[in-house]
Design a protein around this ligand. Structure first.
Ligand SMILES: [Zn+2]
Ligand SMILES: [Zn+2]
Length: 264
C-alpha cells in the first residue's frame, strides 16, 4: 500500500491506515516507494523524498501505538533494484531497515534507466524486441532476488503490464522460480495486474504454479495507491492460489517472522 509521499498515490498515511482499520482485512503492510536517486526521479513522482524516510516510519510507529491493528500494522517499503547501480539499492535498503522499516519489497521497474512500466514511456516498447526485454528483465530480476536485500518480490512478471508478452514465457518462470526458491523469498500475488491492460494477476497462474513447485510461499497484495484499492479483488488472488494447491497466505511481520493465514 502506498501514500501521497511517493507523488503518485492519493491518500495520506493516516487515511490509508484508517481505511485498513475499517476493512475486513486482519492487517497489512504499508510499503511506500523508497527514495530514488535525484537523476532517476528528479520530479519526485515515483518515490518519496530522501529526507522523508524517518518521518514516514515515525508516523507509522505512532499510528500503530494507537491502532486497533496493533502489530498487524506493519511498516514496510518497496525498494527499486537499480540494475545500473545495485550498490545504491543496497545502501537504500540498509537505510530503510536502520530507520525501522520491517518488511522490504523488491521490485524491478527499470532496465538501463527505462521505466518500462511507466505509461508515459510505454511508446519505448515499440523500439524494443519483446523477447529481449523479457530476457533482460528476468536476468535483472534474478540478480535482485538473489541479492539478499528483500523479504518479498513484487509483481514478478511486470513486463506484461501493457500486454507485451514473449512467445513462450515458461523458461522465464522456471528461471525466476528456481532463484526465488533457493533464496527463500516470498512472492506477491498482486491484484494490480487485474487493473492493468494485461488484465491478469502478477504472477500469471502458470508462473504461480512454477513458484509453488519450487516451494515459494505467497503474500496477497493489492498495491493500493488509494483507499478504494485496499484488498482489491483478494478473492481472485486467493482463488488462484487455491487452484495451485496453496492453502496458506504469508503475512510478513518483520525480522523474518511470518503469520500464516489460512486461505479458503
Ligand atoms: Zn507506486
Ligand atoms: Zn511496484
Amino acid at each position: 500500500m502506498h501514500t501521497v509521499l511517493c507523488g503518485h498515490a492519493e491518500h495520506s498515511i493516516e487515511e490509508m491506515v484508517a481505511a485498513l482499520e475499517a476493512s475486513t482485512l486482519v492487517g497489512g503492510v504499508i510499503t511506500e516507494h523508497l527514495p530514488l536517486p535525484d537523476e532517476v526521479d528528479s520530479d519526485r513522482v515515483v518515490s518519496m523524498y530522501p529526507g522523508e524516510l524517518p518521518s514516514y516510519v515515525g508516523a507509522l510507529q505512532i499510528l500503530r501505538e494507537r491502532s486497533v491493528l496493533g502489530a498487524d500494522l506493519v511498516i514496510g517499503a518497496e525498494a527499486d533494484w537499480l540494475d545500473t547501480d545495485p550498490a545504491w539499492t543496497a545502501d537504500s535498503v540498509a537505510a530503510a531497515r536502520g530507520a525501522g522499516v520491517e518488511v522490504v519489497l523488491g521490485s524491478v521497474h527499470m532496465l538501463d534507466g527505462w521505466a518500462f512500466d511507466d505509461p508515459e514511456r510505454v511508446q519505448v516498447w515499440d523500439t524494443k524486441d519483446v523477447e529481449e526485454v523479457w530476457e533482460q528483465y528476468f536476468s535483472v530480476w534474478c540478480a535482485a532476488a538473489s541479492s539478499g536485500l528483500f523479504d518479498v518480490m513484487s509483481h514478478p512478471d511486470l513486463p506484461k503490464k501493457f500486454g507485451h508478452r514473449p512467445r513462450d514465457p515458461r523458461p522465464y518462470y522456471e528461471q525466476a522460480a528456481k532463484v526465488a526458491g533457493e533464496a527463500g523469498l516470498l512472492c506477491e500475488v498482486s491484484t494490480a495486474g487485474l487493473r492493468r491492460p494485461c488484465a491478469e494477476l502478477y504472477p500469471a497462474p502458470a508462473f504461480i504454479a512454477e513458484l509453488v513447485r519450487r516451494g515459494v510461499d505467497f503474500t496477497l497484495a493489492s498495491d493500493a495507491h488509494s483507499k478504494a484499492e485496499i484488498g482489491h479483488r483478494f478473492a481472485d488472488a486467493a482463488a488462484a492460489l487455491l487452484a495451485a494447491g496453496v492453502t496458506r497466505q504469508a503475512f510478513p511481520k518483520g525480522d523474518g517472522f511470518i503469520d500464516w493465514l489460512k486461505l479458503e
